[in-house]
Write a protein that binds this ligand. Structure first.
Ligand SMILES: Nc1ncnc2c1ncn2[C@@H]1O[C@H](COP(=O)(O)OP(=O)(O)OP(=O)(O)O)[C@@H](O)[C@H]1O
Ligand SMILES: [Mg+2]
Length: 402
């Protein structure tokens, strides 16, 4: 496991919330949140590791931790079924569907009750995947209070990078899960610089990082030009404050230098790496958009090809309706598509301009791509449902000649 630095405050919060467990007290339920790549998962692992170590010297306390990544699980039921299977041996696994929901919770409670431990901490990472179906986040934290489980003290730690999910948790879930909330803010350029230096010391040859008394790091390197780390840190800080994105830039710059058989990694490699990483990130985000948003982008793409951008909302909507019909998707109202356009703008895919037509003419919005249109096209074309739109495009001349 990589070493965690720059997260002392959050580690302390975790530790003070979990420490009472060592003295036999019931664990607190925690909810930690923050944007992607800001060390939520790594911090949790670190705290768990320490907790497991600490309890080994203490009689009468036996803490078990189970960690479940919920990324591909889209309901409370699936989370419960996966937890049950983590407790069970390979020969007694349950199927992921088919039980009444009351029964699945009872099976989970039985597993917890039968556990040969005084405490069980259940870490649900990327829990936002379950969406509105958050029943388990009420049931599990309350398992002891509601006397569903009596012999094992149960604590839940939920982790999420989706702020909407946090804000939309039902009141009863907020009340039972979030005994304490731990917020992970984005890293600033200085913090990212230290994380990068520490990691560069491990990753590159002829490079070593030394921790100074004030907690910052000093780097000695024959292969990293002096401005490489500050530049990676600055790009990532501007972008999202994500350590993952910062590290990607550094490693990519290293790959580029190697490909070019350069002995040193330079600022030019970092600039090129930044473009590639940024492009990959946008591509990734585009790929994960729902079909309706992709159809909205497709409509704008058509207008772009006709040199009709920036475009008004009603023109985009016209194209949208045609495209949606062609692939048999639900045709949503213009209001909904206007909302999609705003969301796509917020996510940084589109630019919007408000046009004023004088005091009587009112105002209207015009949209255009803020990312490269060919990148949008590439991603949309790869989508199973939208691919058809592009296929008919290409064959349209052949069809016409019939
Ligand atoms: N404070 C840190 N010190 C060292 N490495 C870090 C730190 N924070 C993050 N990293 C590194 O950055 C990457 C992302 O961190 P992590 O997986 O913990 O993020 P996360 O907040 O869980 O993101 P997500 O919401 O996407 O799951 C990992 O490679 C991790 O090792
Ligand atoms: Mg994570």
């Amino acid at each position: 496991m990589h070493r965690l630095i720059e997260r002392d405050t959050e580690l302390e919060q975790y530790q003070s919330a979990l420490k009472p467990v060592i003295n036999g007290a019931p664990p607190k339920n925690l909810f930690s949140y923050g944007q992607t790549g800001v060390g939520k998962t790594l911090s949790l692992r670190m705290v768990v590791e320490r907790l497991i170590e600490d309890q080994q010297n203490i009689d009468g306390v036996d803490v078990q931790v189970i960690e479940l990544n919920c990324k591909s699980l889209n309901s409370s039921y699936q989370v419960a079924a996966n937890l049950i299977n983590q407790f069970r041996p390979a020969t007694e696994q349950i199927k992921p569907t088919g039980y009444p929901s009351g029964m699945i919770y009872n099976m989970l409670f039985d597993e917890l009750e039968a556990l040969d431990a005084t405490h069980c901490l259940i870490v649900l990472d990327e829990i936002d995947a379950i969406g509105n179906d958050d029943d388990i986040l009420y049931k599990l934290p309350r398992a002891n209070d509601n006397e569903n489980v009596e012999d094992t003290l149960v604590g839940v730690i939920g982790i999420s990078n989706d702020f909407t999910f946090r804000d939309n948790l039902s009141a009863r879930v907020k009340d039972s899960l979030a005994d304490e909330e731990i917020h992970f803010p984005p890293y600033d350029a200085n913090e990212l610089g230290n994380i990068l230096k520490q990691r560069a010391g491990e990753a590159f040859h002829d490079t070593s990082a030394q921790r100074l008394d004030d907690g910052s790091y000093e780097l000695q390197s024959d292969i990293l030009a002096g401005d490489v780390i500050p530049l990676c840190a600055a790009f990532a800080a501007q972008d999202s404050g994500s350590a993952r994105q910062a590290l990607k830039r550094l490693y990519k710059a290293g790959d580029l230098a190697r490909d070019k058989e350069s002995d040193v990694i330079t600022e030019a490699h970092v600039r090129q790496a930044d473009e590639i990483v940024e492009r990959d990130k946008v591509r990734d985000e585009l790929t994960r958009l729902p079909t309706q948003s992709k159809l909205t982008l497709y409509s704008l793409l058509l207008l772009e090809r006709e040199d009709e951008t920036p475009s008004k909302r009603n023109r985009i909507y016209e194209r949208y309706v045609m495209a949606a019909k062609r692939i048999d998707a639900d045709v949503r109202t213009d209001r909904t598509i206007h909302d999609r356009l705003s969301q796509l703008t917020l996510k940084g895919f589109l630019d919007v301009d408000e046009q004023n037509k004088g005091p009587k003419g009112g105002s209207y919005y015009e949209y255009e791509f803020s990312i490269r249109a060919d990148l949008a096209q590439e991603v949309l074309q790869e989508d199973e449902r939208l691919a058809e739109l592009f296929a008919t495009d290409e064959t349209s001349t052949t069809l016409d000649s019939f």
